[in-house]
Design a protein around this ligand. Structure first.
Ligand SMILES: [Zn+2]
Length: 73
């Protein structure tokens, strides 16, 4: 393998690798030195939740139970 290692843009000179969000979109390159600091600038759901950009939350819709009161006995 002759994959050339790219030095990190942070200037550390260390090998960097692309960091992708939950959708596989490349966000930035990080090395071990700046990884924590850079990833700290991203929302956790951007990294972990592929639906982060959705307007409505994609939760399993709760059953619409109507708790009608049966207390008129
Ligand atoms: Zn770096």
């Amino acid at each position: 393998m002759s994959h050339k290692q790219r030095p990190c843009p942070c200037g550390s000179g260390l090998q960097s690798s692309w960091q992708h969000d939950a959708r596989g979109i490349p966000m930035c390159r990080t090395c071990v030195r700046c990884h924590t600091a850079k990833m700290d600038g991203y929302r956790a759901d951007v990294i972990n939740n592929p639906n982060y950009d959705a307007d409505e939350p994609i939760d399993d819709d709760p059953p619409s139970f109507h708790q009608e009161s049966f207390d008129d006995y």
